[in-house]
Design a binder for this molecule. Structure first.
Ligand SMILES: *Cc1c(COP(=O)(O)O)cnc(C)c1O
Length: 393
């Protein structure tokens, strides 16, 4: 029976609901796994590609339970849980690429991903070129090289929220013999990466899956045995591991993900629309609003949004004025990351490291994450924040 998303989130990784036992899977911790004799140790060791307890680093039932839910909600066949969201980006790249290869990454990519490409990958002989996230098919084809083995997508883009034409990216990548890796953190289950042509899906579970700003965790999902083999073997070779305590908390977070996300999507849209009607605002970079680049792909490919979006202020307001506004807010925390139950605000200044000529916006940008507080309270706070913006101009 194909389960709907709410059911998959509630029942996934729990085994038989009619069996004797606690509701939740146990939290298992361990390094050494004991075997009754050498023959069974050797035999078990042959099953490293399966969810089998072999040694601590291979994962245990807590990891496997979480991985099975992520694979199911992303529509993939196998999932590897790793230590952080950033590790979910770097692990498949290190596992798949080799010296001499080339990769294409969107100019709107998550900043630490860009740093990794420009430092570690570069040192190991892998070149990265950055493409405009809104590039058309002919433009992307022209950027493909004989050595291009990965096209990376991140949709919507970090901080600037361009929604990408993922099926087109997949078409071009596959025609050139490359794989499409996708950072699907914003989309969660609202975007089905494999149904749209991606080969590898990346999730920072730190965000909405954790949901309470108290864990760091990542997941890499693929959709066939061949991709699982290089991903699983590469992960083990790199010594990637995630704390079972954090996996257990992520699994607990997933049970309520659907209702939290629904509430934060609704509140986020309310605040985004409020911003859009304000004279201080040039436009709102919320994928569900027509003012966001690639909105048409959001309408075509996504089943919903989360509570994270950007606001571009009118050019008369300086970046410093936007900082003054954020400092004046009482209910919005100032801090990195998002996806928790609490609201956050961050100026985008300095966070866009863009190649020349792309991503030119009208004015200073700030990023807002809308939490589970009362929306009227948040809007009242933003109202007085805008007064501080006008004063600082
Ligand atoms: C936060 C984030 C990551 C990294 O997650 P961490 O757990 O903080 O390492 C990766 N990609 C995107 C799009 C993110 O927003």
């Amino acid at each position: 029976m194909v389960k709907k998303i709410e059911t998959a989130l509630v029942q996934g990784g729990r085994g038989d609901t009619k069996a004797y036992g606690f509701v939740n899977p146990r939290l298992a911790r361990g390094s050494t796994v004991l075997f009754p004799d050498m023959a069974s140790k050797i035999e078990t060791g042959k099953h490293a590609l399966e969810p089998v307890e072999i040694y601590g680093t291979y994962g245990n039932d807590t990891h496997f339970a979480l991985a099975s839910v992520i694979a199911e909600i992303e529509g993939g066949s196998h999932c590897q849980v790793v230590s952080t969201g950033l590790a979910a980006v770097t692990t498949p790249l290190l596992a798949y690429l080799k010296a001499g290869d080339h990769m294409l990454a969107p100019d709107s990519v998550y900043g630490p991903t860009r740093s990794f490409c420009n430092s570690v990958l570069q040192r190991f002989g892998v070149a990265t070129s950055y493409y405009d996230p809104m590039i058309d098919e002919a433009g992307l084809r022209a950027m493909m090289r004989a050595q291009t083995r990965v096209v990376l997508a991140e949709s919507p883009g970090s901080h600037t929220f361009e929604v990408q034409d993922v099926p087109m990216l997949a078409r071009v990548a596959h025609a050139g013999g490359a794989k499409l890796f996708m950072d699907n953190t914003w989309g969660l289950h609202h975007f089905q990466p494999f149904a749209h042509g991606a080969d590898v899906s990346i999730q920072a579970l730190t965000k909405y899956a954790g949901g309470h700003s108290d864990i760091l965790l990542g997941a890499v999902t693929v959709n066939n045995e061949a991709d699982w083999k290089w991903l699983r073997e590469g992960t083990l070779e790199l010594g990637q591991y995630a704390s079972p305590d954090d996996c257990w908390l992520a699994l607990r977070g997933l049970r309520t993900l659907h209702v939290r996300l629904k509430a934060q999507e609704k509140a986020g849209l309310e605040v985004a629309r409020w911003f859009a009607a304000r004279p201080e605002v040039a436009r709102v970079l919320h994928p569900a609003l027509p003012s966001c680049p690639g909105h048409e792909f959001f309408v075509r490919d996504f089943s919903g949004a989360c509570g994270l979006f950007g606001v571009v202020f009118q050019p008369e307001y300086s970046a410093e004025a936007v900082v003054a506004m954020i400092d004046a807010l009482q209910m919005f925390g100032i801090g990195a990351s998002w996806g928790g139950y609490e609201s956050l605000a961050l100026p985008t200044k300095g966070a866009i490291r863009r190649s020349e000529g792309t991503g030119v916006f009208e004015g200073a940008i700030a990023r807002f994450h809308i939490g589970l507080e009362n929306v009227e309270d948040l809007i009242a706070d933003l109202e007085q924040g805008l007064a501080a913006l006008r004063m600082a101009r």
